[in-house]
Design a protein around this ligand. Sequence first.
Ligand SMILES: [Zn+2]
Length: 181
Amino acid sequence: MKIFKIVKDSDKNLRKKCLEVSLPLDEETKNTLLEMIEYLKISQDEEKAKKYNLRSGVGLAAPQIGIQKRMLAIYVQLEDKVYEYALVNPKIISESFRMAYIESGEGCLSVDKDHKGYVYRHYKIKVNAFNALTNKEETIEFKGYLAIVAQHEIDHLDGILYYDRINKLNPFERRNSAISI
Ligand SMILES: [Zn+2]
């Protein structure tokens, strides 16, 4: 088990555009992705999180652990179902017109300060990526909460943080057709 040191938003490296990962995936990179999933899993286990002093997270992008590469991990438990992805070179190939946002706002393991406001994202997206968990190139459809998590993590690969997307003049701006999650 690896307890990563999380890069914080005061670090300029978090603002860089990450580089494509070369495929086929080497063992070291694959292991890193599996460790990233494991880290998220542990962070959501109350007892272990307390023991290792971890903040609970559902997604982790490589630049957050100091690797400037286009890869990310997602581990989400929703209604007794687990959704886990270890994605390499993810590309959004389609986006819904409909937008969504998390009513309570977003958070990020790299951001200690709470930035209040709505982060509007596409309600549904399709992503092309190499999935290290299945060892296949896949097209994955994300919807609702998962779509928000995926967009948050993909943003990290381009040096974008969630609060960049909050309307500075009107953080709780309402958009009529957007779905609250
Ligand atoms: Zn984040």
